[in-house]
Ligand binder design. Structure first.
Ligand SMILES: Nc1ncnc2c1ncn2[C@@H]1O[C@H](COP(=O)(O)OP(=O)(O)O)[C@@H](O)[C@H]1O
Ligand SMILES: [Mg+2]
Length: 278
């Protein structure tokens, strides 16, 4: 059953403050970022989204999350058009978006409070999800007393504690060192195996995309469209060793093959048509 459907989605930004981009040799104050994205995501599926920088991955995620409106086309969640953020959808960003003045525990409790969960239950649920991510004993720490990896664990625990039906993750591990990143990928998968929420996870890392995904969606260079969808049929549960398997290697080559031309194109165009530094 499809949980999310994206149908012919386009997004054009009107640039402000006299900003221009050069498109086909001509200056323009409009930037088309997504141009006809079609995608169906099944209930409980783990999708990873890869594509060159600037191909509209974050914009697409924002549209699915109801944070940004598409200029054209339709996105629906369980058959209902998405026009605003849905409480069934959780979001984890690259930067640890924790409240610095709240402890780890109360960051999670707060997310439950705004969803109307009673005091006792929010405390229990927050402790449970911190424990799942190995953070028992750190409940009373403030974000600046936690490492980057721990802060991101809290952010993911917070998103999962609200029991989202859809979890949108925008390069959540990009700022972490490689070892922490591998560990968190494993932890995320273990928990996902239990709850099987529908996940759309944006990443720059081909290995991360393969390790996590049921299917990898590869975007073209801007204006972004779906270039190719690759099924990742590696058995689950997956552990770290799978990264060394020959099947994994085959997928690496396959993803890189699909991505290579788009990355070169983005680099060629980028020199002339990037209005915002990223
Ligand atoms: N609010 C905005 N106004 C103008 N341009 C934007 C806006 N948000 C994003 N963009 C542009 O849209 C393009 C796609 O951005 P983004 O989705 O962040 O790419 P990425 O695939 O790297 O996540 C980029 O060129 C970016 O500069
Ligand atoms: Mg992005």
């Amino acid at each position: 059953m499809d949980r999310i459907t994206v149908t012919d989605v386009r997004k054009t930004f009107q640039l402000k403050n006299g900003q221009n981009v050069v498109i086909d040799g001509r200056p323009s104050d409009r930037l088309t970022v997504l141009n006809g994205v079609d995608l169906s995501i099944r209930k409980g599926e783990f999708i990873t989204l890869v594509g060159p920088s600037g191909s509209g991955k974050s914009v697409l995620l924002d549209i699915i999350g109801g944070l940004t409106q598409a200029s054209d086309g339709v996105v629906s969640l369980d058959g209902n058009i998405i026009a605003k953020p849905d409480p069934k959808t959780g979001y984890v960003f690259q930067q640890y978006a924790l409240f610095p003045w709240r402890t780890a525990l109360s960051n999670i409790e707060y997310a439950l409070e705004v969803r109307g969960v009673g005091k006792r239950e929010r405390n229990q649920r927050a402790r449970h999800f911190l424990a799942l991510f190995g953070l028992s004993g750190f409940e009373d720490r403030y974000p600046n007393q936690l490492s980057g990896g721990m802060q991101q664990r809290v952010a993911i625990a917070r998103a999962l504690a609200t029991e989202p039906e859809v979890l949108l993750m925008d390069e959540p591990f990009a700022a972490l060192d490689a070892q922490t990143r591998d560990i968190l990928q494993g932890e995320l998968l273990k928990i996902w195996e239990k709850i099987k929420t529908t996940v759309v996870f944006v990443t720059h890392s081909i290995d991360e995309a393969i390790f996590l995904a049921d299917r990898i969606v590869i975007m073209t260079a801007r204006p972004g469209r779906v270039k190719e969808i690759i099924d990742i049929d590696l058995p689950r549960p997956r552990d770290a060793d799978i990264r060394a398997s020959s099947e994994f290697n085959i997928h690496r080559a396959q993803v890189w093959e699909a991505l290579r031309d788009e990355v070169s194109k983005a680099q060629r165009d980028g020199a002339f048509s990037s209005p915002l530094a990223h």
